[in-house]
Write a protein that binds this ligand. Structure first.
Ligand code: C5P
Length: 233
């Protein structure tokens, strides 16, 4: 199902982003807009995507006081996006504020970030956290579930463990996805990667794929490959 493959629009301009959206065509229905593109292009691009029938995951990675997070979620809801990300490490008051702010927007889901995929166990020590990425991911995923978040973001390596402990209706979004046909250039900053099939088998409900599609020689083909490989049976 193609809407479960979310294409990350990590571009420098709305022109480049929209060119890719046009190139992928009707088959690609879900896009992630992150801080770079939002800051560069502004909310107008998000409105344009939504009004053309695309589902938008606004990857705001919110980590603020509860009132500010609630305000940002409300603003995202007004744009008509489908998902907004919040750092679970911001704590329960923030997560609950985000979930509550999403309530007036029935289609809006709050997804909690656990540990970003570029980090490994050694990096966690540096910032005084749990001894392993997996322990920290589990801790934060439980917190997100307790606070009513609709999903979590975690690497494929943690998805399998999470699937076993989280409520079955909770989404698991997995970035750090590589395609077999793609060059290795996009893997340099990803410590915990997987291919779409492995992510599906691990229990990811959605995958977030950026450069493996956007920088592919043939993005349509790369997208089709990701969709074909992301099968759950
Ligand atoms: O690596 P790729 O271009 O596929 O990244 C797509 C998205 O996945 C990025 O926008 C980022 O939010 C997320 N990502 C991540 N950790 C990484 C690399 C990417 O969470 N190490």
């Amino acid at each position: 199902m193609s809407e479960l493959v979310i294409v990350a629009l990590d571009f420098e301009s709305s022109r480049e982003a929209l060119a890719l959206v046009t190139e992928l065509g009707a088959a690609a229905r879900s896009y992630k807009v992150g801080l770079q593109l939002l800051t560069e292009a502004g909310p107008e691009l998000v409105r344009e995507l939504v009004s053309s029938g695309k589902q938008v995951f606004l990857d705001l990675k919110l980590h603020e006081i509860p009132n500010s997070v609630a305000g940002a979620v409300t603003a995202a809801g007004k744009l008509g996006v489908s998902m907004v990300s919040v750092h679970a490490s911001a704590g329960s008051a923030v997560l609950r504020a985000a979930v509550e702010a999403a309530l007036p927007f029935p289609g809006l889901k709050i997804v909690a970030l656990t540990v970003i995929t570029s980090l490994c166990d050694k990096d966690l020590q540096e910032i005084g956290l749990e001894p392993s990425v997996q322990a920290q991911v589990l801790r934060l995923a439980h917190l997100a579930a307790d606070c009513g978040c609709h999903g979590v973001v975690a690497s494929a390596q943690e998805a399998e463990v999470l699937r076993g402990v989280l409520p079955s209706d909770m989404l698991v979004l997995t970035p750090g996805v590589q395609l077999k046909s793609a060059s290795s250039s996009s893997s340099s900053d990803q410590a915990r990667t997987a291919d779409p099939r492995a992510a599906a088998l691990a229990g990811a409900t959605h995958i977030v794929v950026g450069r493996a599609i956007t920088k592919a020689l043939d993005p349509r083909r790369a997208f089709a490959e990701a969709v074909a490989q992301f099968t759950h049976d």
